[in-house]
Write a protein that binds this ligand. Structure first.
Ligand code: ADP
Ligand code: MG
Length: 255
């Protein structure tokens, strides 16, 4: 099966010298629920921003749904949705209007845009926020709005960069119910970054671990757990901690 997302040897250095990606390669198949894990500053958001055409890479290649961003970034933007912590939304516009406007940008007619906005308001349980200004929403509700905005055009691939930060437990559970249902029934490919490893463990099947701009593991979550502890029985959280600890010990013994 052709990979939905192909990433080959991506490098990115920021102007101040931070080497965020040092030759990242990954393959993510269509319909997969994939999670990219790694410590703060490892390069996760940089990779998401490059793939969603928000920033440029220095070298390397990638494609999404067989489309090459260098040929036509707009075609990629049409098939992806992205929700990230630093998504910019107009703070003074009302929730419903923002969704209608975003749907219009993707070419939906006014009645279609209203219908889609309504569907997403219901899906993400934002009906009491419908007429509130975006700037007045709580952190968790803002995150839900980001996700709703990311989905207006029914993308094939959804990028979620730490989507559940600030959500209360019930909101988190509802959020994951919505996303997993889209992944299962509509076959939407999910690319998730999170620091909540219980979420990754519960919902994702494939993962990669990035540390200081380099991929240290990519494969199934089950195999990662087996690699760290062949006897089994460890959660993803414990496996991750054990693996990162071993890397730190290795690095300090080299110095
Ligand atoms: P993560 O999302 O895994 O926490 P990031 O991709 O945000 O990591 O950051 C990777 C590295 O790139 C870090 O060293 C970070 O400080 C640096 N970095 C991220 N964004 C910028 C930026 N806009 N300008 C300069 N350096 C940046
Ligand atoms: Mg990040």
């Amino acid at each position: 099966m052709a990979a939905e997302i192909q990433i080959c040897n991506l490098f990115k250095k920021y102007p101040d010298g931070a080497e965020a990606l040092k030759g990242v390669s990954l393959k993510i198949n269509k319909g997969q629920f994939f999670t990219l894990l790694g410590p703060n500053g490892a390069g996760k958001s940089t990779l998401v921003k490059i793939m969603t055409t928000l920033i440029n890479k220095d070298s390397g290649k990638f494609s999404i749904g067989g489309l090459n961003p260098e040929v036509n970034p707009v075609n990629i933007q049409k098939i992806i949705g992205v929700a990230s912590q630093d998504n910019e939304i107009d703070p003074i516009e009302k929730v419903e209007n923002l969704l209608i406007f975003q749907a219009g940008l993707f070419g939906l007619s006014k009645p279609e845009a209203r219908k889609r906005a309504n569907e997403l308001i219901n899906l993400f349980q934002l009906s009491t926020e419908r007429n509130k200004k975006a700037s007045t929403l709580s952190g968790g509700n803002k995150r839900r709005l980001h996700c709703a905005l990311a989905l207006v055009h029914q993308p094939q691939v959804l990028f979620l960069d730490e989507p559940t930060v600030g959500m209360d437990p019930v909101a988190r559970a509802n959020f994951w119910e919505t996303i997993t249902q889209m992944n299962k029934s509509e076959g939407i490919t999910v690319f998730l970054t999170t620091q909540y490893l219980d979420e990754a463990d519960k919902h994702a099947t494939e993962m990669a671990l990035i540390v200081a701009g380099e991929i240290r593991y990519s494969g199934t979550i089950i195999d990662f757990k087996k690699m760290v502890n062949p006897d089994g029985g460890l959660s993803l959280d414990d496996s991750y901690l054990q693996y990162i600890k071993a890397l730190t010990i290795q690095a300090s013994s080299k110095n």
